[in-house]
Ligand binder design. Structure first.
Ligand SMILES: [Zn+2]
Length: 244
């Protein structure tokens, strides 16, 4: 689990910088810190890995936010370049592209809401749409997957359709978030997992909805190719968006 919750991180940064901050945590694979100093409150977008930043990194970041440093302080730079061991795989992972903005649904936004509502902001994973809508996977009820080594949740792109309600996606994301707290050994859907899953307020509705809409979930969306082109464009745009 990360060292700080989202609220603790926000409190620390406000205290150290003397600024009022509106904080959004991202799972962005390319851009780690984005803010504009002119605005009040200061709007800050930070990569989730800062939940594990040590005090000296928070101090340096706060100096930068307050305007006492004119560019990215070396402590922050170094932290981004070599994050703590357990998050390293996430941010260094080059094998997957992270596409959280789908044609209809933004997974990062959904993950952020689920994380705050049910996990006190402690889920430290990235989320992405999977590479292609696989009928086979849907038939096997694999709407999402969690990759332990990479700390990445992938969601089957068959769910990126306007007919899929956001609450159902949020439930699927919640399911994968639960896996992120497991050890990776033993049966993933054991009794404890089932009990945690049932605790979700939409559990019964989600089971009913999935059964009633199985045809929708086993259909391959016909816009798939077009979607990929848009996503590639966005990915490149993100990459050019380094703030330093
Ligand atoms: Zn599962």
């Amino acid at each position: 689990m990360p060292r700080l919750t989202r609220d603790q991180l926000l409190t620390e940064l406000q205290r150290r910088s003397g600024r009022t901050i509106s904080l959004v945590l991202t799972s962005n694979a390319c851009t780690y810190v984005t803010f504009t100093t002119a605005r009040q409150p200061l709007r800050l977008r930070l990569q989730r890995l800062f939940l594990d930043a040590p005090d000296e990194v928070l101090d340096a970041l706060a100096r930068w936010l307050s305007g006492r440093e004119k560019c990215c302080p070396p402590q922050v730079r170094e932290f981004i370049d070599s994050p703590p061991a357990h998050v390293q795989r996430v941010t260094r992972s080059k094998r997957r592209w992270i596409h959280h903005r789908g044609r209809c649904h933004d997974l990062a936004r959904i993950l952020d809401q689920v994380n705050r509502r049910f996990f006190l902001g402690r889920v430290a994973v990235q989320i992405t749409w999977g590479r292609s809508a696989s009928r086979r996977n849907v038939r096997a009820r694999t709407l999402g997957a969690y990759y332990f080594g990479e700390h990445i949740i992938t969601i089957n792109p068959v769910l990126d359709q306007p007919q899929i309600p956001e609450w159902f996606l949020a439930f699927t994301v919640y399911h994968e978030c639960l896996h992120s707290f497991q050890s990776g050994r033993g049966r993933p859907h054991d009794r404890k997992f089932q009990a945690d899953l049932r605790r979700h307020p939409d559990y019964a509705a989600a089971v009913r909805w999935e059964k009633a809409n199985i045809r929708l979930l086993t259909r391959r969306p016909d816009y798939e190719r077009a979607t990929w082109r848009v996503r590639l464009g966005r990915f490149l745009a993100d990459q050019l968006n380094f703030p330093w």
